[in-house]
Each structure stands twice: as C-alpha cells, then as structure tokens.
Design a protein around this ligand. Sequence first.
Ligand SMILES: Nc1nc2c(c(=O)[nH]1)N[C@H]1C(S)=C(S)[C@@H](COP(=O)(O)O)O[C@H]1N2
Ligand SMILES: [Mo]
Length: 199
Amino acid sequence: MEIISRGFTGRRSPSDVDLPPGQYLTTDFPVLSAGPTPAVSLGHWEFTIEDETGILQRWDWRSFRGLPAETFTADLHCVTRWSKLGTLWEGVSLDVLLAGVRTNALYAMVRSYGDYTTNLPLQDLRNKQAWIAFRFDNQDLQPEHGGPARLLVPHLYLWKSAKWVRGITLLTQDRPGFWESLGYHNYGDPWREQRYQGD
Ligand SMILES: Nc1nc2c(c(=O)[nH]1)N[C@H]1C(S)=C(S)[C@@H](COP(=O)(O)O)O[C@H]1N2
Ligand SMILES: [Mo]
C-alpha cells in the first residue's frame, strides 16, 4: 500500500504561504527610486511631525537616535511584483514618534528629502505597523535604500515606505501623494492586490 501524504513536519514553500497574489519571490534587494538619491548629512537631518497649523514635533539625528529603537523583520511587496521575505531592520516605531501628538487628523502625508510624498491613513502608522528604520541587515541603511532613514510600512505595497523620510504631515482630509496622484491605488494593500486606482 502506498501512503501519500503532504506531511505536517515541514512548512509549505514560502510562495504558498506568504506571497500576496501576483507576486514572485526575490532574494536580492532591487533599488527603485523615482529620482536621484538625495544626499542627506546627519548634521542637517531632521524629522518633523506637522499638521496644517505647523510643526508639532521635531527631532534632529541625535535626539531621534536617542529614542527607543527595536529590531523587526518584515516582508516587502513591491507593486512591480517582487517580494522579499523576512528582511531584518532596526528602527523607531511610529508609536513612539506619535506618542506625544494630540490630533484629530485621520490621514498622513509622508514627506521625503527629494520631494517624494506618499499618503496613508494615520491609523496605518500606529499599533506596531510602521517604523522609521535606519539599519538593514545589521548595517547602516545604504543611501540607495533610503538612508539615513526611511519609513517602513510593510503591510502596504513598498511605494508607501518612503525612503529618505523627513517628516509626516497630519491631514484632516486625504490627499494623494506622488504615485497615488499618478494612478496608483490610494491605499495599496498587497493582499487585496490594490495596485492601481479602481483595483
Ligand atoms: N523617497 C522615495 N521613497 C521611495 C521611492 C522613491 O522613489 N522615493 N520609491 C518607492 C518604491 S516604488 C519602492 S518599490 C521602494 C523601493 O525601495 P528600495 O529601493 O529600497 O527597494 O521605495 C519606495 N520609496
Ligand atoms: Mo515600487
């Protein structure tokens, strides 16, 4: 008698389990930038949280790096269909950065050095879902991948993870960021394959 069994000892392949629809696995780390890599010196770097009335919180590099940081792993899903699983980062949780902010805003516009922007609901930055990351794979984050620091919001397509991040503007009304105004989906959930407007 032949016993055919999938077995319960091993994990199924990552492509079965962890890949959103329409994605393929890659082990390298492609660089996708809409423009040149901005040079941001640590001496001039700042991160601000603003609302329509002005600056609410501001950190320079020294005070930012004095905040409690954590290491975390994340699965990255780019809308151009590559996914990279289990990447290792170190960064400051947005929960830490938003802790002292009182606001009625429901939306956030993330701003980068070099003028890139991306929008998302403020609640997607809270509850252990988003970090300002400054180390990748136990090394300082390389400039082409967003160093000195980038947003990581891995539950959304990777265009929402703004490289060279410089701040967040809290909004009472949603507005489209760079790719969102060019036809990409306003929210960008890879599991619902929200690539383009109308998906
Ligand atoms: N400031 C900025 N952030 C950005 C981008 C960009 O062009 N500028 N590209 C986005 C896109 S489309 C992707 S897929 C990821 C790519 O990150 P990587 O180059 O580290 O792979 O960064 C996102 N963040
Ligand atoms: Mo992307």
